[in-house]
Write a new protein. Structure first.
Length: 84
């Protein structure tokens, strides 16, 4: 496995886990479960950004994945606020 692929894997898996936490927080209103899930995703995304800072990987696909994650967070957060 190339080191460049590790960055994409971290971004994808970290984002997927984070989105699961967002669903629990914003849609199911289970905040403690969401915080536990986010602890896992935060580790992966922290390592991803550290590796990007160190120039171990730097591909555009990783940024697109994380942008999609934040787009989902925005929409589900607004949905949760409007439907509470």
């Amino acid at each position: 496995m190339k080191i460049e692929n590790v960055g994409l894997d971290l971004a994808v898996f970290g984002s997927i886990i984070s989105v699961i936490g967002v669903i629990y927080n914003n849609l199911f209103l289970q905040h403690e479960t969401a915080m536990f899930i986010w602890c896992l995703s935060n580790i992966l995304l922290m390592v991803f950004f550290w590796g990007q800072y160190k120039h171990w990987w730097n591909d555009g696909i990783s940024s697109e994945v994380i942008c999609g994650m934040y787009g989902f967070m925005l929409v589900s957060g607004l949905w949760g606020l409007l439907n509470v």
